[in-house]
Design a protein around this ligand. Structure first.
Ligand code: IVH
Length: 688
C-alpha cells in the first residue's frame, strides 16, 4: 500500500502551508509599509486579493492558522507599545575593559587559572570589533521577530519594535526555521556617510546636528514616529544570543556563522586568534584600520571560542568572565589655543577655560576645554596661540595633552591669572599653598550669586522645578532677587512684568517654589552651598546632629566627630554658619516656611541607614550589585527594585538607564559609586 493513497492531500500540503506562511509574511510587510511607513507597496486590489487567498487557505486548514495572522486583526498592525519597559529574560551585560597589554595578560591569567588550563596551552578566541552603537535585544518566536528592546539598565530596556522593523538588516523572519524562542543580540550603528548626510539635512532644516554617529543612531531609534526612523539609514550587526530554545553551536565562531545563516549581518572584521602575539596583532591591525572604516568602533572584543568554557566561567553581575573589550587609546587631535577665559563658580573659584579652534576628536567637536587651575597651565607650558594636542579623557572630558613648543608663534603671550574678578572686579586672592584662586567678592559678585541660586534650586538641592539659568538671570537682572531667601517673596504679579515671561510660566514658577518648601534636612544643608559640603557630607551632618540647631551649636572639634568630616570641612561648616549674613539668609528661609520632617532618632542598635530606601542601577566596578545591596541592608537600609517618591537615593553605576532617568525626573538624589563607597566608609566604620 502506498503512502500516497493513504494521505491523498499530502504532496500538496508542504507547499500549501508554505504559501500560507508566505502570505502571512507578505501581508504583514504590506501592513507595515502602509500603516507605519505611510508608503504602500501594493495596490488595494492586490492587497485584498492576497488577503482573500490567505483566508481561503485558513478556511480549508484552520489548524494552520497562525495566531499572528493578518486575518485575525482588523487592518493595521499588531500593536506594540513604543518605549514601554521590557524586562529582559536574561540581563544584557556589559564587557570588562582592558586598556593595555598588561590588562590583557591579567585577563588571560584569570582564564587559565579558572579553567585549570596549563599555562603553555594557548586558548582560542573569536575576535571582533567593539561597535560603538546601541545594544539591542531582538526576540524571535518561531522564527518571527516579535519584540525589539534597548539595553536600558541591563535588566529592563525599552520597547522599540516598530522602529527596529524599519532597519533593513534586521530580518523580520529568520532565513532558517528556528522553533520556539530565540533572542539575538547586537548593535545598531549608523555609518559615517549616513551620519554626515543626516547632519547636513538637520542643519539645512535649522535643527541641531548630532554630535556623533552613536547619538544619531540612538536618537533615530528613539523616534515616536517610525517613519522618521525609516528614513535614517541604520544597520544592525549581530554578536550574540540571549535566551534560546534550540541547542547552539559549540564554538563562538560557529555561533556567528549560524547567525549569518539566519540572515543577520556579522562583521567581516572578525577573526579567529590564538596566542598573545595574535591577540595583540589583531588589536593593532584593527586600530590601524579604524579611521578607514564605515562605522565607529572603540576597541576589539575577544571572546573565548569554546562555549563550554564560557559556561564554566560564567559571569559577574556586570560582565561575562570569558570576554574582554580591549579598548583603543583615546583619539588625539591637533588644534590651536585662541583665548583663555576665567569663569567664576559658586564659591568664587576661578576656572580657566581654553577656547580652541573647533576640532573633531573622539566623536565630538570640541571648542572649549576646562583646565583645573593656573598651575595646570604652567605645568603644561601653555601659551596663547599655541598648537595643542587634545583628546577626550576616558572618551568624555576633553583635555589638553600637551603643547607643541616647536610650533609656538613668536608673539605667543603667557597666560596670567587676572588680578581682578572678570565679573565683579573684586580682588582675586590665592592663599599661599592653594591651587585655587578665588574672587573675594563673595555674594557681592553676581557670578557667585547666580551660581549659588542655581545650586540652591538644583534637583539634588531644593529641587525647584523650572528655575534654571534663564529665570535666574532675569530675576537677578530685574533686581527681584539678590539672595536665595528672596525667591520665597516673589509674587506672580512681579514676575509677569519680566520680558518674555507669560502668566502661566510665572504661576508655574511660584508653584514650584512653594512646593519646594517641604524638604529634608540633608537637602537643605546641601542647598546652602557650604564649601566642601556635597550631598554625602550633608547627609552625614544631618544624620549625626538631627537638627539644624544642634549643627549650628557645634564647634569644629564636635563637627569632626562626624565620620566623613575632617578638619578642613569642619572649619568650612563652622565658618559658614557663624557668618551673620549667612545666618540672616537661613533665618529668612525658615521664616518663609521651609520645613522638613523631624528626624527619626537612630535606634541604639546602630542601624545608621534605617528607614532609608535605595535603588541600585547600572553596573558598579568595585563590587557586584548584590554585595552592595547586602552591605546597605546590613546598615539597616531597604533595597528596592523600583524608583518611587519614597526612594532615598538611587545609586547609579555605569550605563544606568531608565531608573536613573526616573530618579532625575522625581528629583531623587543620585549617588555614583564613589559616593556609595563614601557612605559605606562612613557608616561601616561607625558600626565597628
Ligand atoms: S558582547 C555578554 N560584542 O559593548 C557580552 N558587545 O561594553 C556582552 N558591544 O553593551 C556583549 N560590540 O552593546 C559584545 N562585538 C561585541 C560588541 C559589544 C559592541 C557593546 C555592547 C555592550 C557594550 C559593553
Amino acid at each position: 500500500m502506498s503512502t500516497l493513497s493513504l494521505f491523498p492531500g499530502e504532496p500538496d500540503e508542504p507547499s500549501e502551508r508554505a504559501r500560507l506562511n508566505a502570505l502571512c509574511d507578505a501581508l504583514e510587510a504590506h501592513n507595515f509599509a502602509y500603516y507605519v511607513l505611510d508608503a504602500p507597496t501594493i495596490s488595494d486590489a492586490e492587497y485584498d486579493a492576497q488577503l482573500r487567498a490567505l483566508q481561503d487557505l485558513e478556511t480549508r486548514h484552520p489548524e494552520w492558522r497562525r495566531a499572528d495572522s493578518p486575518t485575525q486583526r482588523v487592518g493595521s498592525l499588531q500593536r506594540t507599545t513604543l518605549f514601554a519597559p521590557v524586562q529582559h529574560r536574561e540581563p544584557l551585560r556589559s564587557l570588562d575593559n582592558a586598556m593595555n597589554s598588561g590588562d590583557w595578560d591579567a585577563f588571560y591569567q584569570r582564564l587559565t587559572r579558572a579553567l585549570n588550563a596549563p599555562a603553555t596551552e594557548s586558548l582560542a578566541f573569536c575576535a571582533e570589533p567593539k561597535f560603538d552603537g546601541l545594544a539591542i535585544n531582538l526576540t524571535y518566536e518561531n522564527g518571527r521577530l516579535t519584540t525589539a528592546a534597548t539595553r536600558g539598565d541591563g535588566d529592563t530596556g525599552e520597547e522599540v519594535t516598530l522602529n527596529i522593523r524599519t532597519v533593513p538588516s534586521v530580518p523580520q523572519r529568520l532565513a532558517r526555521a528556528v522553533p520556539g524562542l530565540l533572542e539575538v543580540r547586537g548593535e545598531v550603528v549608523m555609518s559615517h556617510a549616513a551620519f554626515a548626510a543626516l547632519n547636513a539635512t538637520q542643519q539645512a532644516a535649522g535643527e541641531k546636528p548630532f554630535v556623533n554617529p552613536r547619538n544619531a543612531a540612538a536618537g533615530s531609534l528613539r523616534q515616536k514616529d517610525p517613519r522618521v526612523t525609516a528614513r535614517r539609514p541604520l544597520e544592525f550587526f549581530a554578536y550574540g544570543v540571549g535566551a534560546c530554545a534550540v541547542p547552539l553551536p559549540e564554538r563562538q565562531w560557529a555561533l556567528l556563522d549560524w547567525l549569518g545563516e539566519l540572515g543577520f549581518h556579522i562583521s567581516d572584521l572578525r577573526a579567529a586568534v590564538q596566542g598573545r602575539a595574535a591577540v595583540l596583532a589583531y588589536h593593532e591591525k584593527l586600530l590601524a584600520q579604524r579611521s578607514g572604516l564605515d562605522f565607529d568602533i572603540d576597541g576589539a572584543v575577544f571572546k573565548l571560542d569554546d562555549r563550554a568554557h564560557q559556561a564554566r566561567l560564567g559571569h559577574t553581575d556586570r560582565a561575562p568572565r570569558w570576554a574582554i573589550a580591549f579598548k583603543f587609546p583615546a583619539e588625539e587631535a591637533q588644534s590651536r589655543l585662541l583665548a583663555v577665559d576665567f569663569q567664576v563658580g559658586r564659591t568664587g573659584a576661578l576656572t580657566p577655560v581654553a577656547r580652541i579652534e573647533p576640532v573633531f576628536v573622539g566623536g565630538v567637536t570640541v571648542s572649549n576645554i576646562t583646565l583645573h587651575n593656573i598651575d595646570e597651565i604652567r605645568r603644561k607650558d601653555i601659551h596663547l596661540g599655541d598648537h595643542l594636542i587634545v583628546r577626550r579623557a576616558g572618551d568624555v572630558i576633553p583635555e589638553i595633552v600637551r603643547v607643541r613648543p616647536e610650533q609656538r608663534p613668536a608673539d605667543a603671550a603667557e597666560i596670567t591669572l587676572p588680578r581682578q574678578c572678570p565679573v565683579c572686579g573684586s580682588a582675586v586672592v590665592r592663599p599661599e599653598g592653594e591651587a585655587v584662586a578665588r574672587c573675594s567678592g563673595g555674594l557681592f559678585c553676581p557670578a557667585q550669586r547666580r551660581e549659588a541660586i542655581l545650586h540652591f534650586a538644583s534637583r539634588k538641592a531644593m529641587n525647584i522645578e523650572g528655575l534654571g539659568e534663564k529665570w535666574v538671570e532675569q530675576l537677578l537682572g530685574a533686581g527681584l532677587i539678590t539672595h536665595v531667601d528672596d525667591l520665597f517673596q516673589l509674587t506672580p504679579d512681579a514676575l509677569q512684568h519680566l520680558p518674555r515671561m507669560g502668566e502661566k510660566s510665572a504661576h508655574n514658577l511660584i508653584d514650584a517654589i512653594t512646593q519646594a518648601k517641604a524638604t529634608t534636612l540633608p537637602r537643605f544643608l546641601y542647598a546652602l552651598g557650604i564649601p566642601e559640603v556635597g550631598e554625602v557630607t550633608a547627609a552625614s551632618l544631618a544624620a549625626h546632629f538631627g537638627s539644624l540647631d544642634a549643627l549650628k551649636a557645634a564647634d569644629p572639634a564636635t563637627l569632626q566627630a562626624v565620620p566623613d568630616v575632617g578638619p578642613v570641612v569642619a572649619e568650612e561648616v563652622h565658618t559658614f554658619l557663624a557668618q551673620t549674613h549667612n545666618q540672616a539668609i537661613i533665618d529668612g528661609l525658615l521664616s518663609a516656611g521651609i520645613h522638613w520632617p523631624d528626624p527619626t532618632p537612630a535606634p541604639a542598635s546602630a542601624q545608621p541607614l534605617a528607614g532609608q530606601t535605595f535603588v541600585l542601577t547600572g553596573s558598579l566596578s568595585q563590587m557586584t550589585r548584590e554585595t552592595a545591596s547586602e552591605r546597605l541592608r546590613a546598615l539597616g537600609a531597604k533595597v528596592s527594585g523600583s524608583v518611587s517618591a519614597k526612594t532615598t537615593a538611587v545609586i547609579a553605576g555605569e550605563e544606568a538607564g531608565s531608573k536613573r532617568d526616573k530618579a532625575e525626573a522625581l528629583g531623587i538624589p543620585l549617588l555614583d559609586e564613589t559616593a556609595l563607597l563614601a557612605l559605606f566608609a562612613t557608616h561601616e566604620a561607625r558600626q565597628d
